[in-house]
Design a protein. Structure first.
Length: 185
């Protein structure tokens, strides 16, 4: 009887200690690999265009350059300082179409070298959409279905335009957060 009590006590204590020895993991963050640094959803990236961004003339694989207006920070440490020139490649583009479809441009920000050995990889695209053309709604009230013939709006930003881009999802930076914070000043 004493052996059973000692054995069950030993097993209970072992299980309790085993559970406490397991590392605790942070909750899973959408669209981010575990442990990676990221820019949170609803963060705002502020940048000024150096090149024209226009869905009429843009082609896939064109390069767009821009300057950061505000620092990009992770955990209150500056990852990319303001006034840094970054570039992006157009991954998808189309101009406005009939039936009110607006122009679209998707940009993939090129990798940014923090130093000789560490690089930030922006894994997701930034999406710019032209918007709705409300003329087609007004026209279809007067003459039914006539609004179907109107095109949507284009994406048109001239050089020098300051854009406040709100992230719709978490943006994975492609580098471990602890490693990133350890190499930053």
């Amino acid at each position: 009887m004493l052996k059973k009590i000692l054995l069950s006590t030993f097993l209970t204590i072992s299980l309790i200690l085993f559970n406490f020895s397991e590392p605790t993991y942070a909750e899973k963050i959408d669209n981010v690999q575990p442990g990676n640094a990221y820019l949170a959803e609803d963060s705002i990236l502020s940048f000024k265009l150096l090149d024209k961004l226009d869905s009429n003339t843009a082609k896939k694989f064109d390069t767009i350059r821009f300057v950061l207006v505000k620092d990009i920070t992770v955990k209150n440490k500056i990852v990319i300082p303001k006034d840094t020139v970054l570039s992006a490649v157009i991954t998808k583009t189309h101009s406005s179409r009939i039936l009110g479809q607006s122009g679209i441009i998707r940009l993939k920000i090129n990798d940014y070298k923090i130093n000789d050995t560490h690089t930030l990889h922006f894994k997701d695209d930034l999406k710019f959409k032209g918007g709705h053309n409300y003329a087609n709604a007004a026209a279809s009230i007067i003459i039914p279905f006539s609004g179907l013939l109107f095109k949507g709006k284009e994406v048109q930003y001239p050089p020098g335009t300051v854009i406040e881009y709100k992230l719709n999802d978490n943006l994975d930076l492609g580098i471990n957060e602890a490693q990133l914070l350890s190499i930053l000043p």
